[in-house]
Design a protein around this ligand. Structure first.
Ligand code: SF4
Length: 249
């Protein structure tokens, strides 16, 4: 190899080494940079799909009306940001039973300006099914589950439904529930109350229950600010005024 060839070969080798170094530096820079989509983004996106928030005040959902009205109001007007742990716990509960579900969306008119909307877990020819998980199998269905199932019986015109509870070991307890006009009357009454309070920006009264333990609005209810107007007694007084004014009953 001549001297000139040797110099050219060294130049080429030098350029190749520079390119390799540049490639390694780029790789390191890329791996140091935060990923564009991480697992937390995925959790937030899936949670938003599984828990869509209703903004249309002419529609009240079965879940809203059967739970704490104050929580339903705050979810719309002053939503609390759930932690990733809270989101994952809801997603895991939902996904555990989704294999049994054949969900069906329904709607029923309460009056000309208000509709009740919801999604039943499973609707068969003559029965509506609801699946829930519990730490311990209950001796009686929870009141909110009665109200939810009864709403679906009215939406899908079925005479009876079944609420099925499972514990983490797969044990099961089921309750057959007939359709109740009286309970549906109470459901409609609560939907009208929530609708009126939403339209008038009046926060509903506290509804203390075991639900408060895991509620995202817990701090707003039990560690309130100086603003006494946020308290339930004030809201109750305000509700009496609105009831008289709107005569919604
Ligand atoms: S903490 Fe209790 S009363 Fe307050 S919004 Fe939640 S469930 Fe309702």
């Amino acid at each position: 190899m001549s001297g000139v060839q040797k110099v050219q070969k060294e130049k080429i080798l030098g350029k190749v080494q520079e390119k390799i170094k540049e490639g390694i530096d780029n790789y390191r820079a890329a791996s140091d940079a935060p990923a564009k989509v991480d697992v937390y983004d995925v959790i937030e996106q899936v949670f938003a799909v599984v828990n869509p928030s209703l903004q249309d005040e002419s529609k009240i959902s079965v879940d809203e009306v059967s739970g704490c009205l104050r929580s339903a109001y705050l979810d719309r007007k002053d939503p609390a940001e759930p932690t990733h742990k809270q989101m994952m716990s809801k997603l895991m509960e939902k996904s555990a039973l989704s294999i049994l579900e054949k969900p069906l969306e329904g709607v029923i008119e309460i009056d000309s300006k208000l509709k009740l909307v919801g999604r039943a877990d499973r609707v068969e020819d003559d029965v509506v099914m609801m699946f829930r998980t519990e730490e311990e199998l209950p001796e009686m269905p929870h009141a909110e589950h009665f109200m939810q199932l009864n709403s679906y019986l009215h939406m899908f015109a079925k005479p009876e439904g079944v609420i099925v509870y499972f514990d983490k070991d797969g044990n099961e307890m089921e309750f057959i529930v007939p359709k109740s006009e009286k309970l549906f009357g109470e459901t409609k009454r609560r939907a009208r109350i929530l609708n009126t309070l939403l339209n008038n920006n009046v926060i509903p009264a506290l509804e203390p229950s075991t639900r408060c333990m895991g509620c995202a609005h817990n701090e707003k209810c039990f560690y309130p600010s100086e603003d006494k107007q946020k308290w339930g007694f004030w809201a109750r007084g305000k509700w009496r005024e609105l009831k008289a004014k709107d005569s919604i009953f």
